[in-house]
Design a protein around this ligand. Structure first.
Ligand code: PA5
Length: 341
């Protein structure tokens, strides 16, 4: 059974989710005023936090005010009435996000909630806090369009991001081409996502990005391999990994032969970063099982980011098949949430 759990279908729908999320958000926030905001804190966990992180990464070069992604019960001490807190929880029942929401209330921060429902939606209704209500029934990580695009549209309203209709439309058209290229119907010889999953099977992926260009995409790849494929995976980013992680490769050669390095490249890397990647690849190529570079398609950084994400999502779903796992089941996360009650 190829599409165990329907994950391929959900990956295929990613571009449609993006458009739907833009429309829902525009409707939900029309009429809201965002004056006098001095900083933004996006608070959430797991699949709901990553959308915030991706927008923060994408807007690093444009945002004139600090933007922080918070994955905790607490919020930073600077949060006050000039802070916009975006509380994002797909289920609306994640305890860290609910506690952070309460904290934002006590600090009189401006709050916007992104959720499908749950306690978070109830609280927001009581407090008359605006809610962007996204469609339910998906695994949160398969709802990335709905955690990412609302924040992207919000940022445009705040004047710290982008989200021109044409930018988004071009990026979504690219995704629609990409989903055909890597979908299960395309055989492995023509399907680099399938081929990469085959290479990673039985190996430990180390996913490397570059700071503020692809580092958060590497986090997404790692999370998707963990949750969808039940596969251990780790990430790091250039240039930081040149200052510590590289030394681990002087270690146990048998262990190192189980590592598969994936480097998420970007045409926007500086010359110094390019040089670092070249030298690192040269030093490590004999030590590990293999090194694969993934260059994105697309012109804009939004297109390139979405390309990389969809590629990684497909790889994780193919790896789930090879590992004989259902990509939708997340037993340990469920057990943890249950035992924390
Ligand atoms: O992908 C997942 O299922 C998890 O990472 C969840 O996103 C995480 O546990 C937080 O839950 P929620 O997104 O409902 O707030």
């Amino acid at each position: 059974e190829l599409d165990k759990g329907g994950m391929f279908d959900l990956i295929y729908k990613f571009p449609d989710h993006c458009i739907e999320a833009v429309n829902i958000t525009k409707e939900s926030i029309s009429g809201l005023r965002f004056n006098n905001i001095m900083n933004v804190v996006i608070t959430g966990m797991g699949g709901s936090a990553i959308g915030g992180d991706l927008v923060r990464m994408l807007t690093t070069d444009r945002a004139q005010i600090p933007v922080i992604v918070n994955r905790d019960y607490k919020l930073p001490a600077f949060v006050d009435e000039k802070t916009l807190v975006v509380a994002s929880s797909y289920s609306g029942n994640t305890e860290e996000t609910l506690t952070a929401y309460d904290y934002a209330k006590t600090k009189k921060a401006k709050i916007i909630v992104i959720t499908t429902g749950g306690k978070l939606k109830e609280k927001a209704a009581q407090d008359e806090v605006p809610v962007i209500t996204i469609p339910g029934g998906l695994p949160p990580r398969a709802a990335l369009g709905f955690s990412l695009f609302p924040i992207l549209v919000l940022f445009k309203e705040l004047g710290i991001g982008f989200g021109k209709k044409s930018d988004i439309e071009t990026a979504v058209s690219l995704l629609k081409r990409v989903r055909e290229k890597y979908c299960p119907q395309v055989p492995e010889k023509d399907n680099p996502a399938k081929a990469l999953a085959g290479k990673l099977h039985g190996k430990l992926p180390l996913i490397y990005g570059t700071s503020n260009l692809t580092d958060i995409i590497a986090v997404r790849w790692k999370g998707q391999m963990n949750e969808n494929a039940k596969h251990p995976a780790f990430y790091n980013a250039f240039p930081e990994l040149n200052h510590n992680e590289i030394m681990g490769f002087e270690g146990d050669s048998k262990l190192l032969k189980t590592f598969e390095i994936i480097i998420l490249r970007s045409p926007n890397e500086s010359d110094r970063i390019k040089k670092r990647i070249d030298i690192t690849t040269d030093i490590l190529k004999e030590e590990v099982s293999g090194i694969t570079e993934i260059w994105p398609e697309g012109e804009s950084s939004l297109e390139q980011m979405l390309y990389h994400i969809m590629f990684g999502d497909y790889v994780s779903a193919y790896l789930a098949i090879l590992n004989n796992k259902d990509p939708k089941e997340i037993d340990f996360i469920d057990e943890l949430k249950e035992r924390m009650k």
